[in-house]
Design a protein around this ligand. Structure first.
Ligand code: UD1
Length: 470
């Protein structure tokens, strides 16, 4: 297993290119199960999640070849008899659920493992199943698998709103299913995320008839097949990676240029960053980001698009730990997505959880620490906090980060950050984070450790049954 060792305190400077969007690439790749003929996808990022999905798609009869020279991925179905998505792969990545709609629509049946829960909270798929049932699918859940069958899906009206808004991957599944259903499908309360629009544009290029993309009301006229003949399609830039890099420079100070950024779907984030003191200027698909003065506190709430995405909540929290004053972040999409808060506290942040909100009292400095990443975006939050912190940090379990950021450490190194990927073993933990170092080099820190962390019998006064102040 790898970890990052980061030495903080270096302002970022320079320019990097933002990769293609993970959340757009995955449903588009899965939709290829419903397409006849080959497609060449451009700007598919090199990520563990992409490799996991390619493994799954291979088992489902899809052939692929990747060209490193021009960053393309060619995909084509070669076997239409396979329809089992097994637990061993689905459990690694929830987006595997995106194969359900395409399999059912094109092959008439699908057996897909239920993905299970994850570190950011409950992740039900009831809305996906409700929509597919409305289109005529027979669905049963047995022994952890979804068994779905439909000789021919038929258009229907589907309301896709849930207690936390719409569903992104649910809308993707239903768009592909509706595209090949007989008649007209209307989806009310569809997800409006740019990644959903990207899938819709892709399907329309191959003959689908989907209207209303980017709005909560989709109208889909079913077509008999989706056909490709070596079509080319370019995946949109990753707005979450762009936002993460913006927040990195907002935390460390300095100024950077980001290439391959579309700021339009980032309006809510950009507005919030400007409010807290970040300068952001767009020039075509290039964006200049800098921060000189102090960070100001703010209140913010994650919402479905066009609100602030839940996928930047952790990074925003890291940023606000260093804003002077009190900030509040509420996550209305995944109200339990706060595992990173405790790790940021280990770096000196002051954060209190209140239900779906976190209350952050800004501190003037964070200090390096040994921290554990709990999910993809939490990892990114810890990395940017470590870049701004004093001293060294060890960020463990970065396999989460590798799922969704393409070469993040190389990009940060290119911007002047002191970040290294090393094997996670005791020898590679920075000396400053090992207790034995403290004894030699930092008597004050050792004193604190001994008095407050290491239990010592004489600190406990049995007669009064309470801990004595040392
Ligand atoms: C997608 C993104 C993920 C992002 C999330 C929210 C991909 C591959 N992943 O995940 O990065 O954090 O959108 O923007 O694109 N819900 C239900 N019933 C359902 C489905 C969802 O109640 O059937 C709830 C979820 O628990 C959550 C909310 O709806 O509270 C949004 O979930 P959803 O949009 O489905 O997330 P994903 O598509 O899994």
């Amino acid at each position: 297993m790898d970890m990052f060792v980061v030495r903080g305190g270096q302002p970022l400077a320079g320019h990097v290119r933002v990769s293609g969007s993970k959340n757009a690439a995955l449903p588009i790749m899965a939709a290829m199960l419903a397409v006849d003929g080959p497609v060449r996808l451009h700007d598919v990022p090199h990520l563990v999640d992409v490799r996991t999905l390619l493994d799954l798609l291979t088992r489902l009869g899809l052939q692929h070849s990747r060209s490193e020279a021009d960053q393309t991925l060619e995909l084509e179905v070669v076997d239409t008899t396979l329809c089992l998505a097994e637990y061993d792969l689905v459990r690694k990545m929830r987006a595997s659920i995106c194969v359900l709609g395409p399999l059912l629509a094109r092959r008439g049946r699908a057996c897909v493992s239920l993905p299970g829960g994850c570190n950011i909270g409950d992740r039900p798929i009831d809305l996906h199943l409700k929509g597919l049932r409305a289109l005529g699918a027979e669905i049963q859940i047995e022994r952890g698998y979804i068994f779905a069958e439909a000789r021919q899906l038929r258009g229907a009206h589907i309301f896709l709103g849930g207690p936390f808004g719409s569903t992104v991957t649910g809308t993707c599944n239903l768009m592909v299913a509706g595209a090949l259903a007989e008649g007209t499908t209307t989806i009310e309360s569809a997800a409006c995320e740019p990644e959903v629009v990207d899938l819709g544009n892709f399907l329309n290029q191959l003959g689908a008839r989907i209207e209303g993309l980017g709005t909560p009301f989709l109208r889909i006229e079913g077509v008999p097949s989706l056909n490709a003949a070596g079509d080319d399609y370019r995946i949109i830039p990753d707005r979450i990676e762009a936002a993460t890099l913006m927040m990195a420079v907002a935390m460390t100070g300095g100024d950077i240029d980001l290439e391959n950024v579309d700021l339009r779907p980032l309006t809510a984030v950009v507005e919030k960053l400007r409010e807290v003191g970040v300068t952001i200027r767009a020039m075509g698909n290039r964006v200049h980001v800098s921060r000189q003065g102090a960070l100001r506190p703010t209140d913010c709430c994650t919402l479905p698009y066009p609100g602030i995405p839940t996928d930047v909540q952790a990074q925003l929290m890291a940023l606000l730990t260093m804003a002077e004053g009190m900030s509040v972040i509420t996550d209305k999409v995944f109200p339990d997505r706060f595992m990173h808060a405790a790790e940021l506290v280990r770096m000196g942040a002051r954060i209190r959880r209140e239900g779906p909100s976190a209350i952050i009292s800004g501190v003037s400095r964070l200090s390096g620490a040994n921290v554990m990443a709990s999910d993809l975006r939490a990892s990114a939050a810890l990395v940017i906090a470590a870049l701004a912190g004093e001293g060294e940090s060890a960020i463990r379990r970065i396999y989460h980060l590798d799922r969704g950021y393409e070469q993040l450490e190389r990009k940060l190194q290119h911007l002047g950050a002191d970040i290294r990927r090393v094997q996670d073993c005791p020898e590679n933990i920075p000396a400053s984070l090992r207790p034995e170092w403290s004894e030699v080099e930092d008597a004050e820190h050792t004193e604190k450790l001994q008095q407050f962390v290491i239990p010592r019998p004489h600190l406990f006064d049995r007669s009064e049954s309470r801990v004595q102040r040392p």
